[in-house]
Design a binder for this molecule. Sequence first.
Ligand SMILES: [Zn+2]
Length: 281
Amino acid sequence: MIRTIASTARIATKIIKDGSNSGRDKYCQKLEDKLYNRLKKYKRTQFDYIGKNVHEILPTKLIQVEKLPETFENCNGVVSLAQEVEKTVPADIVGYIVGYIVGFNKDGKKKQFGGVKMEVLMHEMHHLFNYLTHPKVPNRIYKVSKISSKINFEKFFVENFQSTMPPKKCKEATKKLLKREEKHKIDILQYFRYKLIDEIGAYRSGEHYSNLYSSKSKECFQSNIDAMQLETKLNDVTAILKKTLKTEREGVNQKRGKSIISKGRYFISHLSDLLKINHKN
Ligand SMILES: [Zn+2]
């Protein structure tokens, strides 16, 4: 099996121990707590200090924390996959995604946490730790990024899901998109589903730790979840996915049935050849 996630970009199940979704979630939260407890005492921590602490918690992982370039001025933070082409991957690293790049934008406002607002910091850290503990998420992101299409799926996600676009409109747009991308519909639906779960988790973490840090910062991120109606959108995507999988399965079973019949026909014709029976006579 070809792995798409190198050991430097995931935490092995034997370390997580409980490989179920909830076990992985718990491990992810443990990492978030660890980092928060290390950084909460500093009012201002520079990017390299965030990086230093992440590396101390996860010494064998390839993670780079840096300031986002100017072109990202409208973005608070982002976690990108660090990819390596197959040929240049060292022998001990089997995979394509070798690590992650966490980028932050400096916030000029007063209540800062290490140059980055607490909710932004822990929001992005949730993405990072979620990818490390749930490798199926970056794996799906990678897979969908390799689909050759005129559509930019990430842009579609941000504009339709991670926005105030009403769920009904989002659902219609998604169905339209799936019609255009019939071949990849399951991968795309899984991608949206994982991204929604990841984003809801990230907003929750941002809210949780910023409330711990300062009770004055109100639950702004919960209101983001509500404003974007992320949970309704998640339910919609899950329902479409379930229906699609069911239809696909029924299609496969039908095909299987047909192939058994055609195999039977082949056998009969083959047998008739052996018996030298010529039906035309
Ligand atoms: Zn996010």
